[in-house]
Write a protein that binds this ligand. Structure first.
Ligand SMILES: O=C(CO)[C@H](O)[C@H](O)COP(=O)(O)O
Ligand SMILES: [Fe+2]
Length: 221
């Protein structure tokens, strides 16, 4: 099936004390899914939230598609709790994982889709042996850990390589993506767009989300 343009706002820089309302607002303004950044303070030098928070959010928001971006040292540990919390797509970094195939299978067996994420320093070709099991590949366009960083355009050859070799793969970009950088991502072949600061902080979220989706759509074959 041909890939579709999907916009998933990151709530990292939203008002987390008001997460359900902030998330619902993003969905009402046209978000296709929610990107939930889970950080453990070890894999990245920052700490956010875990499965209890995701479960609470799921209790308030019943039907939206939830992705958790697992910036954690041991993603295997959180598979069952996140599945139980109602996560749909479990995206984990391959860098700290010894047996990516085993972890991916466990994610699938728990009923979630598998996303494989790579940091800027990781070669995209390192993922090739896992692509038959991945539903989504996430190419980080900042060093993971913080929102509001500058987009790294030099990650685009990774996206281009993936799109040329895997035309039907869902390719996601995350970090510094907004109206100024979306053309670059879309031209390279990304179809799943995470955008934090640029969407959450916008005075008109629906306009920004629509703009991002329209640009991606215009490059899809
Ligand atoms: O994974 C992340 C950081 O590690 C965030 O998803 C990302 O940074 C989104 O925020 P912004 O669009 O502000 O960069
Ligand atoms: Fe993220």
């Amino acid at each position: 099936m041909p890939v579709q343009a999907k916009i998933g706002p990151s709530i990292l820089n939203a008002d987390l004390s008001n997460l359900a309302a902030e998330s619902q607002k993003l969905l009402d303004n046209g978000a296709d899914y929610l990107h939930l950044d889970v950080m453990d303070g070890t894999f990245v030098p920052n700490l956010t939230f875990g499965h209890p928070m995701v479960k609470s959010l799921r209790n308030k928001i019943k039907t939206a598609f939830f992705e958790t971006h697992m910036m954690v040292q041991n993603p295997e540990q959180w598979i069952e709790p996140m599945a139980d919390a109602g996560v749909n797509l479990y995206t984990f970094h391959v860098e700290p994982v010894q047996d990516v195939v085993r972890v991916s299978r466990r994610v699938q067996e728990s009923g979630m889709k598998v996303g494989l994420a790579i940091k800027p320093g990781t070669e995209v070709q390192d993922l090739e042996k896992y692509l038959s099991i991945a539903d989504v590949v996430l190419v980080m366009t900042v060093e993971p850990g913080f929102g509001g960083q500058s987009f790294m355009a030099d990650m685009m050859p990774k996206v281009k390589w993936l799109r040329e070799n895997y035309p039907n793969l869902d390719i996601e970009v995350d970090g510094g993506v907004g109206p100024k950088t979306i053309h670059c991502c879309a031209e390279a072949g990304a179809n799943m767009i995470v955008s934090g600061t640029a969407v959450v902080g916008a005075s008109d979220q629906s306009q920004v989300i629509k703009e991002l989706r329209d640009v991606v759509h215009s490059y899809l074959k």
